[in-house]
Design a protein around this ligand. Structure first.
Ligand SMILES: Cc1ncc(COP(=O)(O)O)c(C=O)c1O
Length: 427
C-alpha cells in the first residue's frame, strides 16, 4: 500500500460517503511514523525551519498576504492552529457539505464567539425561543450589556411571528444576525429555515448588509438536518452532544463558508475559545461511529415515543415523528428534517411531583442534563436547564412542570421500555 499524502475522496468515480471519510480524511500515516490513528499533537507551539519560514507563516495567519496556489498555512501556536483541530475541522465540514468548520471549547463558546464576531453596539439580533438555557441567557442578559438588543419569536408558531420580529428588530437598528435553534430545546418546535433566509435577503435590501442566518443544529445535525442546503449561513453545534456522543467531552463548532467564518475565526484566535488537541482527538474517534450511534438512537427513540403515546399516565408527547404530515408543521418537517432525532419531551399527567417521581424511579435513564450520549438520560427542563427563564415566559413557551425531556441512547430498546414502564407505574 502506498503512503498517500493526498485525500482519497472518490474511488472509480464514486464519491465516498461521510461515514467512510471519517476513518482517514485529512490524516496521512506517512507523516506520522505510519501510525494508523492520528497521534495527539499535545504541544502548545511549533518549531519553524527558519526565521524566513516563521515570518511567512505569520503573514498568512494574520492575512497580511494571500497564500500561493500550492501554499498551506503553516503551524505556529495551538491557539491559532494545531493538526488535531485542523483534521477534525476538515471531517466535520464534510457532514454539512461545507467549506469550513471551526472547533471550540464548548457549544456556548461557539455560539458566543460567533455572535460577538457578528454584532456591534447598536445592532439587533432576531432569535427564536425557546433556545438552550445558556443561549437564552447570552441573548437576554449578556448581549444587552454590550449594547446589542435582541427580539425573539416563538418556534413552531409559523412564519408570521418571524416576520413580526424582523420588522420590530429592523426598526430598532441594524439586524446583525438571525439566530435560531430548530428543533427547539426542549419543545421540538420547528423554525422555517427557508423563511429565515428570505428574511435575511429582505433585510439586505433594506439595510445594505445581509444578516447571517445562524442555526443551532445540535438536536438533529449533522445527520438529519443540513441548514446550509436551505440557504442558511452558519451552523453551530454543541459537539458535547451527538457528535461527541459518549458524554465525556465538552466542545462546540461553527460550520459554513470560508468567507462567513473568517471574522468568527479571528474572534476565536483572540478570545482563545478553541478546543484542545486531546478533546479534538476524542472527537475524531467519535466521528467514526456517529452514523451508527445516531441511527440506533433514532430507532430507540421511535420505540419509546410510541410506547409513551399509548401510556395512560402520559398526557402528550412532543415527538417530531408524530407531527401531522398534512399540517403546516408536518410540511415544514418534511422539507427540512430527515428524521425526528432522539431527544424529545413528554408531559406526564399531574405536575412537578409526578414528573419528579418518574425521574427519581428510573434506573437505566440517568437523571442528568445534556443529551446525545450512548446512554439514555432524563431531565426536568423547568427545574433544570430552563430554570432561569422567568416562570411566566417559561410557561408560555410550553416548558411546563409536568414535562420530562429524554435523550434516548443506544441500549437495547426493550430494556429502556421496561425502565420507563416501571417508573410510570409508580406515579
Ligand atoms: C441545543 C443546545 N445548544 C447549545 C448547547 C450548549 O452546549 P455546551 O454545553 O457544549 O456549551 C446545548 C447544551 O445543552 C444545547 O442543548
Amino acid at each position: 500500500m502506498t503512503w498517500h499524502i493526498r485525500d482519497v475522496t472518490e474511488i472509480g468515480g464514486q464519491p465516498l460517503h461521510p461515514e467512510t471519510l471519517m476513518m482517514g480524511y485529512g490524516y496521512f500515516p506517512g507523516l506520522s511514523e505510519g501510525a494508523v490513528k492520528c497521534p495527539i499533537f499535545q504541544t502548545s507551539t511549533f518549531v519553524f525551519r527558519s526565521a524566513e519560514e516563521g515570518k511567512r507563516f505569520f503573514e498568512l495567519a494574520y492575512g497580511l498576504s494571500e497564500p500561493g496556489p500550492q501554499e498551506a498555512p503553516g503551524l505556529i501556536y495551538s491557539r491559532l492552529n494545531n493538526p488535531n483541530l485542523e483534521i477534525l475541522e476538515g471531517r466535520l465540514a464534510i457532514w454539512d457539505r461545507a467549506e469550513r468548520a471551526l472547533v471550540f471549547s464548548s457549544g456556548m463558546a461557539a455560539i458566543s464567539t460567533c455572535l460577538f464576531a457578528l454584532c456591534r453596539p447598536g445592532d439587533v439580533v432576531v432569535h427564536s425561543s425557546p433556545v438552550y438555557g445558556g443561549s437564552d441567557y447570552l441573548l437576554e442578559k449578556v448581549l444587552p450589556q454590550f449594547g446589542i438588543r435582541t427580539v425573539g419569536f416563538q418556534a413552531g408558531t409559523g412564519v408570521a411571528a418571524l416576520e413580526r420580529a424582523v420588522n420590530e428588530a429592523s426598526a430598532l437598528g441594524r439586524v446583525a444576525a438571525i439566530f435560531v435553534e430548530t428543533p427547539a430545546n426542549p419543545t421540538n418546535g420547528l423554525v422555517d429555515l427557508a423563511a429565515c433566509t428570505a428574511a435575511a435577503a429582505r433585510l439586505e435590501a433594506r439595510q445594505g448588509s445581509r444578516p447571517p442566518v445562524v442555526v443551532d443544529n445540535t438536536f438533529l445535525g449533522p445527520l438529519w438536518q443540513r441548514p446550509l442546503e436551505h440557504g442558511c449561513d452558519i451552523v453551530v453545534y454543541s459537539l458535547t452532544k451527538y457528535v461527541g456522543g459518549h458524554s465525556d467531552v465538552v466542545a462546540g463548532a461553527c460550520v459554513g463558508s470560508r468567507e462567513v467564518l473568517e471574522p468568527v475565526h479571528l474572534m476565536r484566535t483572540i478570545l482563545g475559545t478553541m478546543t484542545d488537541p486531546h478533546t479534538a482527538w476524542l472527537l475524531m474517534r467519535s466521528l467514526e461511529t456517529l452514523e451508527l450511534r445516531f441511527r440506533r438512537s433514532v430507532e430507540n427513540a421511535r420505540r419509546l415515543a410510541e410506547f409513551l403515546r399509548s401510556h395512560p399516565k402520559v398526557e402528550s408527547v412532543s415527538y417530531l415523528g408524530f407531527v401531522d404530515p398534512d399540517s403546516e408543521e408536518g410540511r415544514l418537517y418534511a422539507r427540512q428534517c430527515l428524521a425526528p432525532g432522539a431527544t424529545f419531551s413528554f408531559y406526564v399527567r399531574g405536575g412537578e411531583r409526578e414528573a419528579f417521581r418518574v425521574l427519581d424511579t428510573l434506573q437505566l435513564f440517568k437523571l442528568a442534563v445534556s443529551l446525545g450520549g450512548t446512554e439514555s438520560l432524563a431531565s426536568h427542563p423547568a427545574a433544570m436547564t430552563h430554570s432561569d427563564i422567568e416562570p411566566q415566559r417559561r410557561a408560555a413557551l410550553g416548558i411546563a412542570d409536568n414535562m420530562i425531556r429524554v435523550s434516548v441512547g443506544i441500549e437495547n430498546p426493550e430494556d429502556l421500555l421496561a425502565d420507563m414502564r416501571e417508573a410510570l407505574d409508580r406515579i
